[in-house]
Design a binder for this molecule. Sequence first.
Ligand SMILES: CC(C)(COP(=O)(O)OP(=O)(O)OC[C@H]1O[C@@H](n2cnc3c(N)ncnc32)[C@H](O)[C@@H]1OP(=O)(O)O)[C@@H](O)C(=O)NCCC(=O)NCCS
Length: 167
Amino acid sequence: MPNEPSIQRIDLDEALRHFDPLVDLLQELYEDQRLYAPPIFLDQESRRTRCRKLIEHLQSDTALLWGAFIASDLAGFLWAYERDFFCERQMYVNAVVVKESLRGHGIGRLLLDAVATETSRRGLLTIGVSCLAGKHDTLRFYDSHGFIMERCQLVKILDKGRLLHDD
Ligand SMILES: CC(C)(COP(=O)(O)OP(=O)(O)OC[C@H]1O[C@@H](n2cnc3c(N)ncnc32)[C@H](O)[C@@H]1OP(=O)(O)O)[C@@H](O)C(=O)NCCC(=O)NCCS
């Protein structure tokens, strides 16, 4: 890698400044997921809508966002939030993605370290994440950062035609 990444919390103003790179990274996340799951939310408008949701959550202080910057370029991000999960308050990683060309250089690890530090600072005891079954690389990534498999989530698709859309 040409420069070491620096991990920074992204606030609302910064997120608005990096709106398009965030959308592009979401696109990479969905591209990756389409290999393992029905290609939902793949049209461009849906990606922008999801990013706008993130902005709304930052506005209402219900999202935490970290960016991995190389120089001033966004190389990856992690979006997390606190949630009630069974009997505990937990930090939940909603999305984490690193630019494809930069994967495997420890950026994902740095992003997970950042959320772990903030989670401990808040006095929370666990970080949750869900991962598509069959994504063995990603499962290995979480495993090597201390995550353990706890539950299995199942889905029954009732209307495939309406679920699948792409651009
Ligand atoms: C998962 C992801 C965030 C990890 O980020 P990263 O910067 O590549 O991770 P790190 O370099 O810190 O860790 C590398 C480890 O991640 C795993 N990994 C997952 N995907 C990888 C990829 N495409 N290239 C290299 N390593 C990958 C490997 O197990 C690797 O461990 P190893 O070096 O022992 O083989 C990133 O690969 C990514 O954006 N993947 C696509 C989106 C995704 O799956 N997000 C998670 C949704 S639940």
